[in-house]
Design a protein around this ligand. Structure first.
Ligand SMILES: Cc1cc2nc3c(=O)[nH]c(=O)nc-3n(C[C@H](O)[C@H](O)[C@H](O)COP(=O)(O)O)c2cc1C
Length: 302
């Protein structure tokens, strides 16, 4: 039997269901020598904003048990420099490119996506509505702003629109439904989990901003629960994200309802994780005599 980990996702043909998680693969052009791009379904770029941002002060990273905290604060060169110096290089790779976009208000998102609209080869935009490391509240926690951004970006975007949600909300399933109702083509569940760590010698928080976003294996069961809950309520596809390090982790997300998954922290530790995960998925399908990864989606048995 031929095992197949190709999948169609919002009209994009993915060679594998494994995406890079935004912010952990640079702009998408720096790490292409280090990883086998044939094992990556799509590159999701680090989040781009309309104006350049220098990000938060150091320290911006802290290790915690089975994971890490970050408070990068959306450091990026701004959309203009991104399209001038980075985008063409990424689009030359033989991998679909999803550009992650953020801003402080609806207009920021619209201005950024309008500039991206000139580049036909972009496969989709992912709206980061979930950064925990900015001074303002997380956009996913402001339902009016959240809805307004999705609706208005969807109106002007030439590309499918993916909404990336924060897990730090009252009801992830209802919020995913709101994203769907506002026109999102897919949701990414989820961004990092707000968290903190303290240095017991200095009594100081380990991050300059006191709190940051937690990622890595420690968040996997929580992210999985988000995917499971949302899958009960929405029809649009879900990108599962949080703590995935292996084929077995990815399978859990498919069973909970994800159509594809993204890998972040694990790729910072080991850039070969895409290759090993793809191989493990193929082996799993073969052992289980399942012909396609899509036959796993939402198939958890209760
Ligand atoms: C260092 C770092 C930077 C990140 N930057 C972004 C970002 O720019 N935009 C975004 O949407 N998510 C960002 N994230 C969140 C990841 O895309 C992902 O949602 C999260 O880390 C959970 O997945 P993981 O456990 O596989 O890392 C970042 C995560 C890390 C660790």
């Amino acid at each position: 039997m031929k095992n197949n980990i190709n999948i169609d996702f919002i009209g994009i043909k993915l060679k594998t269901p494994l995406l890079t998680a935004s912010g952990t693969f640079g702009y998408g052009d720096e790490l292409t020598d280090l990883v086998d791009l044939n094992k990556i379904g799509a590159i999701v770029t680090k989040t781009i904003t309309f104006e350049a941002r220098s990000g938060n002060p150091q320290p911006r990273i802290a290790e915690v048990s089975s994971g890490m905290l970050n408070t990068i604060g959306l450091q990026n060169v701004g959309v203009q420099k991104f399209v001038e110096n980075k985008l063409e290089n990424i689009l030359k790779q033989n991998v679909p490119v999803i550009v992650s976009v953020a801003g402080a208000c609806t207009d920021d998102y619209i201005k950024t996506v309008k500039i991206l609209n000139a580049f036909n080869k972009i496969s989709a935009v992912e709206l980061n509505l979930s950064c925990p490391n900015l001074k303002k509240t997380i956009i996913s926690q402001d339902i009016n702003l959240f809805s307004d951004i999705i609706k208005k970006v969807k109106k002007i975007s030439k590309f499918p629109v993916i909404a990336k949600l924060s897990p730090q909300v009252q009801d992830i399933a209802s919020l995913s439904q709101t994203a769907q109702d506002c026109g999102a083509d897919a949701v990414t569940l989820t961004n990092t989990f707000p968290a903190m760590a303290i240095d017991i010698n200095t009594f100081k928080p380990k991050l300059s901003t006191v709190k940051g976003g937690m990622s890595g294996p420690c968040v996997k069961p929580m992210a999985l629960r988000c995917v499971y809950d949302a899958y009960q309520k929405i029809k649009i596809p879900i990108i599962g994200c949080g703590g995935i390090c292996s084929g077995a982790d990815a399978v859990e997300f498919f069973l909970a309802g994800a159509r594809c998954v993204s890998i972040g922290t694990a790729a910072l530790v080991d850039p070969d994780v895409f290759e090993s995960t793809a191989k493990e998925l193929e082996e799993y399908l073969k052992n289980k005599k399942i012909s396609n990864i899509k036959d796993l989606i939402g198939k958890v048995k209760l």
